[in-house]
Design a protein around this ligand. Structure first.
Ligand SMILES: NC(=O)c1ccc[n+]([C@@H]2O[C@H](COP(=O)([O-])OP(=O)(O)OC[C@H]3O[C@@H](n4cnc5c(N)ncnc54)[C@H](OP(=O)(O)O)[C@@H]3O)[C@@H](O)[C@H]2O)c1
Length: 501
């Protein structure tokens, strides 16, 4: 029997290209994008001919930019030598957000194309605050940099980070501006959660095995719990976070994607459009959220507390957060997918900041056995099967089931059969940002949002946000929880089911 079946299309050589990062002086660039590109370079997975151009208002030149981004590698011998080779391809271009500056950027890029043989292929990554997305799209368009295959251009792709708008109207507005200059196939809307190995494995797990799909429905599943818990608070993103809160920051994108991958029907083909079509159907099948009709959401905000034995401030004491802020940093939402497969199966979505540990997982809780053969011996204490798909702290899949303990007396014991990526695969999975950048260079849309998915997601969430904004004004409905605990007291019973076993 074959143990290992690989994609029949091996890694194609990547086309040469220049990666242009707007917000080149920022946090995302420093913490994620440059390390991801550097990791790809070290694994020999970047195109043979490439250049990276960081852009921003900050006064920097190539030398100071390289030394700013490379400071972490200064003391690491082998990495330093790789960094020195990589950073020769790293440039900085000071810009202001006006037409003159973008026309100069165009000249710089054309010059780099000549020097680096990058053939006019460009990836524009928008690592800037979201209000700049439309500005940059428009300026790129006006400078002719969005046009493909003319004026020395090769392909031109634009990469947009979440959040994709603030609500449905702003998402539509953003899309209109992007589409005024770029075609849909030129736009890459990143959700780096989708590039995690276990998240991608969900499709393989469900649709490349026979044994799970027949029980993947309302007849066998009691509920689904999806958790994305964070230990961190707002850190240095107070301004952004206070205007967004947990629903916009996590639910509109990451949580929705995890729900969709769990609930979607098998696509007829493995191509981006067929997969996106199935995903959108799930979002459109979500039961309208109506608190009068029993829909449930619980919101919370962290107060002072302790994480790993260290005292941490509450949300309202964080630098940059107004003292009377009513932005939720925690939410638990119960959703229903109204279709043949999932009717009346609750999906509990939980996400929050300053929880005891960072943890991302999907719990599939199966129903009790239909006939309780062992009830006389063990009463009701027989745990039903549970499948846990974990992306953090481990990338793992765990199945809990009952066994008999050895011996003359009959004792049941819950056991876990598990598979962890770290244990079974020597090559560690690619970092999520490295994977998405690679796919952008390859022109592969599979791991990105399509606009109709974003619209469907906002369409569902915008009334929820309106309801919550009203609730949050009222302290009784914005539940405080001490940092380092698992959210508000009022929902501990439900949370216990999803989180702790
Ligand atoms: N940081 C993360 O971990 C993370 C994670 C997921 C998504 N994102 C998204 O990625 C994007 C970038 O995040 P970030 O944390 O790197 O942002 P950031 O550090 O706040 O900003 C990035 C850069 O944008 C420029 N900038 C900031 N405000 C500006 C303004 N008003 N006008 C013009 N330029 C401005 C600054 O460069 P100059 O001053 O040099 O122009 C800054 O260095 C955001 O959309 C964020 O939501 C970030």
């Amino acid at each position: 029997m074959k143990e290992n079946t690989c994609d029949l299309q091996p890694d194609r050589p990547l086309p040469p290209c220049t990666i242009v990062i707007f917000g080149g002086s920022g946090d995302l660039t420093q913490r994620k994008l440059i390390p991801a590109l550097f990791a790809l370079f070290q694994q020999d997975r970047l195109p043979k001919h490439f250049a990276v151009v960081g852009c921003g208002r900050t006064e920097l030149d190539d030398t100071s930019y390289r030394s700013r981004l490379g400071k972490h590698y200064r003391h690491e011998g082998p990495k330093l030598s790789a960094w020195n080779r990589f950073s020769k391809q790293l440039h900085y271009q000071k810009i202001t957000y006006d037409e003159k500056s973008f026309s100069q950027l165009g000249d710089v890029l054309r010059n780099l194309d000549q020097r680096n043989k990058t053939r006019g292929n460009r990836l524009f990554d928008l690592a800037v605050p979201p209000r700049l997305y439309p500005v940059i799209a428009r300026l790129l368009g006006k400078a002719g940099l969005a046009n493909e295959h003319e004026n020395n251009n090769g392909w031109s792709r634009i990469v947009v980070e979440k959040p994709f708008g603030h609500d449905l109207d702003s998402a539509l507005q953003l899309d209109k501006i992007l589409h005024a200059y770029f075609q849909e196939q030129q736009i890459y809307r990143i959700d780096h959660y989708l590039a995690k190995e276990t998240v991608q494995n969900l499709l393989i797990f469900r649709f490349a095995n026979t044994i799970f799909e027949p029980v993947w429905n309302r007849h066998y599943i009691e509920y689904v719990g999806i958790t994305a818990a964070e230990k961190l608070g707002v850190e240095n993103r107070a301004d952004y976070y206070d205007g967004s809160g947990v629903l916009r920051d996590m639910f509109q994108n990451h949580m929705m994607q995890l729900l969709v991958l769990t609930a979607m029907e098998p696509p007829s083909q493995l191509n981006p459009d067929a997969v996106h079509d199935e995903k959108v159907k799930v979002i459109r099948s979500l039961r309208d959220f109506d608190m009068q009709q029993g829909s449930r959401i619980y919101l919370g905000q962290y107060g002072p507390g302790a994480i790993d034995g260290e005292n941490v401030p509450g949300y309202r004491q964080e630098q940059g957060i107004p003292k009377n802020s009513t932005t939720p940093s925690f939410a638990m939402m119960e959703l229903f997918v109204d279709n043949w497969r999932w009717q009346d199966v609750p999906f509990f979505l939980v996400s929050g900041k300053r929880l005891p540990r960072k943890e991302t997982r999907i719990v599939i809780q199966f129903k009790d056995v239909p006939h309780r053969l062992f009830q006389g011996m063990f009463g009701d204490n027989i745990n039903a099967n549970r499948l846990i798909i974990e992306t953090f702290p481990e990338e793992a899949i765990k199945l809990k089931f009952q066994t008999k303990s050895p011996g003359t007396t009959t004792c049941l014991r819950s056991m876990t059969m598990d598979f962890t990526y770290q244990e079974h695969f020597r090559n560690m999975p690619l970092d999520a940002y490295a994977r998405v950048l690679l796919d952008c260079m390859n022109g592969d849309h599979m791991l990105f949002w399509r606009q109709d998915g974003i619209e469907a997601s906002w369409n569902f969430l915008t009334p929820v946000l309106k309801e919550c904004e009203q609730q949050c004004g009222c302290d009784q409905q914005l539940h405080a929880y001490p940092s380092g605990t698992w959210g508000p007291d009022i929902i501990q019973d439900t949370l216990k089911k999803i989180l702790h076993n």
